[in-house]
Design a protein around this ligand. Structure first.
Ligand code: SF4
Ligand code: SF4
Ligand code: SF4
Length: 478
């Protein structure tokens, strides 16, 4: 008799926590296991005969089989090599978002990275890519999200995908403006066994070309969405909301829903350096949130589509979302692994590598939000091994901030009735931006003070009654 540990389960250990059974690459909490269970599961490799088991071991294996963790067989059924026990001398990180290039073939009016064809931004060379992919694998990362600039303009894009796949990792997302997205792109991804979620920028019918500053961008983006749908890929559209795109927002969302878009992430275009001359077109908090509620109402009342709207704060509302789902105090936006983290789940579970090699909590810390003079000197993968940065750097100290410490810095949230639901304003990047707007500069900012500042838009969501209205809307359209 042989037993095989089933996918996606794997045996893992991380810095300070030696023995885990985990669904590798997923956000689920890894399960701590005893030395006895570890030894039993090590033999569930599908090739070690297990004929002389104790009664207790037999009972345990029967339970594991009942719960879909192992499968018994009369013949050897070896597990995948990545399921074997591995110890990683760093905290558990599931995904990396990687800006493989700072270049872009669009000229968006709002680009927060300042990517533009007229400049020569940083780009990973092939050797640098190979090195970083190896380091990611050695840190236990299973999912890689490729972004830019525009990732499809990197000359080694397909080599990068292949190298990631060869290391047993997955390209789980590609962020693209779709200008270069073709059947050939999807075919080559499929050849390497990759079926990423496609995150496509589309700002609205009749306004997309204006936003992206590229004639024909709208036609290309819509064709790309349809093509990805035909290939059965998940699609998330990132849609900018501002005074120019607002009038077309309703028909755009309906059109995207009709096309089978899985998620629409509605982003308020904010004051990036490039957008400053469009300042008059930036929406106020209330205009932005009113429109989000309206769009959710349209989708929920139609009952025709499965499209979900993703809020600014990571909250997602789909056809099945209930008022109870958004009212849980043990908020699912936070990683279960770092229960007391002051950060959003995305920043706990992943990190962002900018085109110039800096490791940052997320892409919102790039470009306009936090420029190089603020963050950080010891966090560049071109000059330090990734593991060292994850373990001991300004980045690692920042990301270790607990909610308790945050509240010590932040009397406003400490005294607030919404604190347990709101998590002190979920977005640390928005907190920094708020402080910079108040001070008029990022220069000389105390980073900890910045990330501990309440996120003003999240504040408005709760204190301005939008949370209550969203709950009511979900109740009415249940
Ligand atoms: S916003 Fe995105 S698509 Fe537009 S220029 Fe910047 S990187 Fe390119
Ligand atoms: S509503 Fe505002 S003050 Fe209250 S916890 Fe949230 S961010 Fe802090
Ligand atoms: S810090 Fe803010 S922008 Fe960054 S991932 Fe978290 S919620 Fe999103």
């Amino acid at each position: 008799m042989y037993y095989t540990l089933l996918e996606p389960w794997a045996l893992r250990g991380y810095k300070g926590r030696l023995l885990y059974l985990e669904a590798a690459g997923f956000r689920d909490r890894p399960r701590p296991i005893s030395a006895g269970m570890f030894s039993l599961l090590c033999r569930c490799d599908g090739k070690t005969p297990m004929d002389s088991l104790t009664e207790e071991e037999t009972r345990t294996l029967q339970q594991l089989e009942k719960h879909g963790l192992v499968r018994s067989s009369g013949t050897p059924q070896p597990w995948q090599p990545w399921q074997e026990y591995r110890y990683f001398d760093n905290r558990r990180i599931i995904s990396a978002a990687w800006g493989i290039t700072g270049r872009c073939n669009a000229r968006c009016r709002h680009c927060f990275m300042g990517s533009d064809t007229a400049v020569t931004p940083d780009e990973f060379t092939w050797e640098e890519c190979r090195k970083l992919i190896g380091e990611m694998e050695e840190c236990g990362i299973r999912n890689v999200m490729l972004t830019g600039g525009e990732p499809l303009v990197h000359p080694d894009f397909f080599r990068i995908v292949k190298a990631i796949a060869e290391k047993g990792m997955h390209v789980t997302r590609i962020y693209t403006n779709a200008l270069r997205l073709t059947e050939e792109t999807l075919r080559r991804l499929e050849e390497d066994g990759q079926r990423p979620e496609m995150i496509i920028s589309f700002d609205g019918l009749g306004v997309h070309d204006w936003m992206r500053n590229v004639p024909g961008a709208e036609e290309k983006a819509l064709a790309a969405i349809a093509m990805c749908k035909e290939h059965g890929l998940k699609i998330r559209v990132s849609m900018n909301l501002n005074a120019v795109t607002l009038p077309s927002a309703e028909r755009t969302v309906v059109r995207l829903a009709e096309m089978g878009t899985d998620t629409i992430f509605i982003i308020r275009t904010t004051q990036t350096p490039k957008w400053l001359d469009q300042g008059k077109n930036t929406l106020g908090d209330d205009e932005y949130m009113e429109m989000q509620l309206k769009l959710i109402g349209i989708l929920r009342r139609s009952r025709k589509w499965n499209t979900r709207i993703r809020f600014f704060n990571g909250l997602e509302v789909g056809p099945e979302t209930t008022p109870e789902d958004i009212s849980r105090e043990e908020c699912n936006w936070f990683s279960e692994e770092v229960e007391d983290s002051a950060w959003c789940g995305k920043c706990v579970d992943s990190f962002f590598v900018a085109g110039d090699g800096r490791v940052l909590p997320c892409d919102a810390f790039e470009g306009g939000t936090v420029s190089g003079d603020f963050l950080m000197k010891d966090n560049n993968v071109h000059t330090r091994p990734l593991r060292e940065i994850l373990n001991d750097s300004e980045y690692s100290r920042m990301i270790a901030l607990s909610k308790k410490e945050l509240l010590e810095y932040n009397p406003e949230c400490r005294a607030c009735e919404w604190c347990s639901l709101c998590h002190c304003g979920i977005c640390r990047a928005c907190g920094i931006a708020a402080l910079a707007v108040r001070a008029g500069t990022y220069h000389g900012m105390d980073p900890m003070k910045g990330i501990c500042t309440p996120d003003p838009i999240q504040c408005r969501f709760y204190k301005g009654g939008y949370f209550a209205r969203l709950k009511k809307l979900l109740e009415e359209t249940r």
